[in-house]
Ligand binder design. Structure first.
Ligand code: MTE
Length: 311
């Protein structure tokens, strides 16, 4: 077990999220963890211990993107379409109480509180690359656990072939949802084998602390070999389906955003190339890698598929 402390150079999340919102979330996560794991963590305000986690597998050794960039350059259309909007409007997202419905084709449907997800399992840090379809990328130290743990608990039926995800719907408070930018709530989906893959993470934190609202608090998906928009934020529902679920971006522009959305330098977006990307904080562009560099782990999932057709 490792308790990470914040480096001085990293921005304090309380500078971005109003202090009381951030502090409540952090206390809550600590409480849940302490109860579940029998751990005694320092009380709020004592030292700077954050989430408790173990270093996980699959991490890249590339340099993480600075905390400041990870938390102020975001896509979270519920909080606005500008890159700075989500951090500015982060306080409008209410994350307590938070429940997640797990339903559809499974033997163990239910409504789970966030603590139910956190208690039984240790959190891991996974440093993953995130490649946005817009042509920029980051390296983010996530804290979370494999989605497959939730799937196993739910026991999908033999008929389940996909997993559908839904984000929070709260147009009274989320300004973006009062505009028809996308079909709300934001939805995403994975094939069941993609969802079960050990790289697929449910994140509850980054840089060793609870997720800031603008990054999808309190629970968001991270699928590192797919374009960033597949990593749905602020999840309230996980549903097993027999047929391919609709997704927000596919509904909005089906010729531009396919269901699979695997990072693929050989399949251009209809309006721009995907051959290169700019790592946030760097000037030069770098070559985009097939499956965002996770090919050894995931290429077998797509054997025999025409990835130009199933883009
Ligand atoms: N999830 C929801 N609910 N709403 C969104 O607008 N944007 C997606 C994805 N998840 C989005 C979302 C896009 S386009 C990207 S690139 C990533 O979140 C960005 O995640 P980050 O802000 O943590 O980097």
């Amino acid at each position: 077990m490792l308790i990470r402390t914040r480096r001085r150079s990293e921005a304090n999340p309380s500078e971005i999220t109003p202090r009381e919102v951030y502090q409540r979330r952090r206390d809550f996560l600590r409480g849940g963890l302490a109860l579940g794991a029998g751990l005694v963590l320092p009380a709020a305000g004592q030292g700077s211990a954050a989430l408790e986690y173990t270093p996980g597998s699959f991490s890249t050794d590339e340099k993480p993107t600075p905390y400041e960039d990870v938390t102020t350059y975001n896509n979270f259309f519920e909080l606005g379409t500008g890159k700075a909007d989500p951090a500015r409007n982060a306080h409008l997202l209410t994350t307590e109480p938070w429940t997640v419905v797990v339903d559809g084709a499974c033997s163990n449907p239910g409504r789970y509180a966030l603590e139910d997800f956190l208690r039984p399992w240790e959190l891991e840090e996974r440093i993953y690359r995130l490649r946005c379809v817009e042509g920029w990328s980051m390296v983010i130290p996530w804290v979370g656990f494999e989605l497959n743990r939730v799937l196993r608990k739910a026991e999908p039926d033999g008929s389940a072939r996909y997993v559908a995800f839904e984000s929070v719907l709260d147009p009274d408070n989320l300004p973006g949802q009062r505009r028809p930018v996308l079909e709300w709530p934001y939805t995403e989906g994975l094939r069941l084998d993609e969802a079960k893959h050990p790289l697929t993470l449910l994140a509850v934190g980054l840089y060793g602390d609870a997720l800031p609202n603008q990054n999808g608090a309190p629970l968001r998906l991270v699928v590192p070999w797919k374009y960033g928009f597949k990593s749905i934020k602020s999840i309230v529902r996980i549903r097993f389906t027999e047929v391919e679920p609709t997704t927000a971006w596919n509904l909005a522009q089906p010729n531009e955003y396919g269901f699979y959305s695997n990072v693929n330098p050989d399949v251009p977006h209809p309006r721009w190339s995907q051959r290169t990307e700019r790592r946030i904080g760097e000037l030069r562009r770098r070559r985009t890698l097939m499956f965002n560099g996770y090919g050894d782990e995931v290429a077998h999932l797509y054997e025999g598929m025409d990835l130009k057709r199933y883009f």
